[in-house]
Design a protein around this ligand. Structure first.
Ligand code: FDA
Length: 313
């Protein structure tokens, strides 16, 4: 799907949309502002048969103290997950927990989170951000995995040309990974640009990863052709639930997660929350015209969400 004039126009105008409307739109995709609201959402999702991943929304940070404060909040999230018996883990943005300052700060904070999570048998995934952060993120997670932090996972983006080579080079290290298309707009020399090329790359990576059986693969997509390809490979190889799961974002195509769950797959829902929801939504909408287009089409299809329908279903 190419990024169209409609999407670009909407993305360019997001800053003009009143905050209450953005809030209504955000309420579908964000669990709330507080940890309590996020835990309630996680409990509802667990009761419906889904695993969760908790994600604290943050604005761009500029100091070590801020990264350390975000890390401390993630420790509270891990404690709340344990206290409430949630079937869920956490996902952290590298820049938010240290990389905005230095790879050393990222390593220190991810180590702390990994150690804290390990004490309750939990798991930490390090998200992948835009391409200037890729090398440092991979290097830090690789070092920690090599040092025995086996409850760490990472993310690879089908959009980037480098991903297949990265996966080949990293075979056997950090065997729990998420495969996504990649949400960032990346320049042509390093990234596939068209829907068809990105999809071809995604399926190629699935065909590389799933038969290896030495990775746990989080198949993070809402795109039917990708899901169909994954299901075909899973069934062809007779993969079991300890080798893969599907991963989706809260509020995006809820009927898809139901279908996958009902077909017997494990499904994990990514649950973002936090006071920074407005800046996060505006930034995400502005950064990615395609995302802005999805949301706007969704609002046009479901005008009830502007009239107070807070349903995330
Ligand atoms: P595609 O973009 O083709 O979308 C398929 C369909 O899904 C669309 O037609 C639309 O209906 C719907 N859709 C998709 N996204 C939507 C949205 N935001 N709102 C409304 N509808 C939407 N990226 C990254 O760079 N680093 C990361 O760490 C992660 N982490 C991550 C975790 C999880 C659990 C998921 C599901 C996704 C990510 N992503 C990510 C985002 C990912 O890279 C990608 O940008 C989005 O998932 C959209 O791509 P799809 O594969 O869904 O296909």
């Amino acid at each position: 799907m190419a990024i169209g004039f409609f999407d670009k126009t909407i993305a360019g105008s997001i800053g003009l949309i009143p905050k209450p409307i953005i809030r209504r739109v955000a309420s579908r995709y964000v669990a709330g502002e507080t940890l309590e609201e996020a835990i309630e959402e996680a409990e509802r999702l667990n009761a419906d048969g889904y695993r969760v991943t908790m994600d604290l929304l943050g604005e761009a940070i500029s100091s070590v103290a801020e990264a350390d404060a975000i890390t401390a909040t993630y420790i509270q999230i891990l404690d709340a997950i344990q206290a409430h018996g949630i079937d869920g883990n956490i996902s952290v943005k590298p820049t938010a927990v240290g990389l905005a300052n230095s790879p050393e700060d990222l390593e220190r904070n991810v180590r702390k989170l990994s150690q804290h999570a390990a004490a309750s048998g939990n798991f930490v995934r390090v998200d992948m951000e835009d391409s200037p952060t890729t090398d440092d993120t991979i290097a830090v997670v690789r070092r920690l995995c090599a040092a025995g932090h086996d409850n760490l996972g990472w993310v690879f983006q089908a959009t980037l040309h480098r991903t297949r080579a990265d996966l080949e080079a990293l075979a056997g290290v950090g065997p729990n990974l998420r495969l996504c298309k990649g949400v960032y707009l990346e320049p042509e020399p390093i990234a596939w640009q068209s829907y068809d090329d990105i999809n071809a790359s995604y399926v190629d990576l699935l065909r590389y990863l799933l038969p290896r059986r030495d990775h746990f693969v989080g198949i993070a997509t809402h795109d039917d052709p990708m899901i169909d390809a994954a299901e075909a490979i899973i069934s062809e190889l007779g993969l079991t639930q300890d080798q893969y799961e599907f991963q989706v974002l809260l509020g995006v195509r809820p009927e898809l997660r139901e279908r996958l769950r009902d077909a017997g797959h494990k499904v994990r829902v990514y649950v973002p929350y936090g006071r920074a929801w407005h800046a996060y939504c505006v930034r995400r909408l502005q950064e990615n015209p395609k995302f802005a287009g999805f949301v706007t089409r969704d609002v046009l299809r479901n005008p009830g969400m502007l009239l107070g329908d807070q349903s995330k279903r």
